[in-house]
Design a binder for this molecule. Structure first.
Ligand code: NAP
Length: 268
């Protein structure tokens, strides 16, 4: 069974706490039906938000953006924040949270359409397409004239190498993901980062979102409030049909998604 976060509707129940038709979020993986004893499930209120948001902005990716950015980067108003993987489920939220916190937000993404979405619709101050830009360092210096105070890294590799020389003193790097490295057959040679951290008295910290699990209610409440206030936008890309799930996953690794990629197995 392929693992994965899911939203499901109760079809049959012998548990008095679970009623037919109720929605829950859980980790049932890629299957159309699952049996549960009810442990570890999150009940969803479909009247408060579309249930799909429990897999995106109000679920694990949203909490990854919220805690991975705010707790680890500790952004201050006026600072410059750079986000890689900026048009994805996590990155698109990080840049918007940076704006809410009074920062300058700059995104790095893999198509001109994504760059346009970030700057025209989500309020990023600048963005560039890493697939058509030759000199990433020069581009970053141009888009970040005051240097980089916070870097939220979703991708690693040569994009991240280019951020290092542009860091300011006491910069903070949140290492969220290294998607450019996941499928490599052997490790890629790259820049050695510690000299940059040393010279700029800076900090890089990895995290796994489960470490913040007990604080999810706080993050969900705040993200829901920002959505209600019109300060936070999110996009879902929904592929329909169980048979299309493998292509959807491969598509994420190839940059086909904007915002959160979801696969719908059945009509709610
Ligand atoms: N630490 C944690 O607990 C945690 C939790 C959730 C997610 N993550 C990580 O956070 C990152 C973002 O996750 P997500 O769910 O928001 O995914 P996502 O950004 O919605 O989708 C992945 C995006 O990565 C980009 N990408 C793919 N291959 C790339 C490459 N070789 N170089 C640069 N960019 C590449 C693509 O966009 P482009 O078109 O821009 O290339 C693609 O759309 C992932 O690395 C994921 O593993 C970590």
């Amino acid at each position: 069974l392929m693992v994965g976060g899911t939203v499901g509707k109760v079809a049959q129940s012998r548990n008095p706490a679970f009623h037919v038709g109720d929605f829950f979020a859980g980790y049932w993986g890629w299957q159309e039906y699952a049996v549960s004893d009810g442990k570890g499930l999150q009940k969803l209120d479909a009247s408060l938000a579309p249930v799909s948001t429990a897999l995106g902005v109000l679920g694990m990716p949203g909490m990854t953006a919220y805690f991975g950015f705010l707790d680890i980067c500790q952004p201050k108003p006026g600072e410059t924040v750079v986000v890689s993987g900026a048009a994805g489920a996590v990155g698109s939220l990080v840049g918007q949270i940076a704006k809410i916190k009074g920062c300058r937000a700059v995104g790095i993404a893999g198509s001109d359409d994504k760059v346009a979405w970030l700057t025209r619709e989500l309020g990023f101050d600048g963005a560039f397409n890493y697939k058509t830009t030759e000199d990433y360092v020069a581009k970053l210096r141009n888009l970040c004239p005051q240097g980089i105070d916070c870097y939220f890294d979703n991708v690693g590799g040569s994009v991240t190498d280019a951020v290092l020389p542009v860091l300011n003193v006491r910069a903070r790097i949140s290492i969220c993901g290294q998607i450019s490295q996941y499928n490599l057959a052997r490790p890629e040679p790259g820049v050695r980062p510690f000299i940059y951290l040393l010279n700029k008295q800076s900090r890089a910290e990895g995290f796994i979102i489960s470490q913040f699990m007990d604080r999810f209610p706080e993050g969900i409440a705040q993200m829901a409030e920002w959505i209600k206030q019109g300060k936070l936008k999110y996009r879902e890309q929904i592929v329909t049909g169980f048979e299309n799930a493998p292509h959807a996953l491969i598509g994420v690794l190839q940059g086909e998604n904007t915002g959160k990629m979801l696969v719908k197995f059945a009509e709610a």
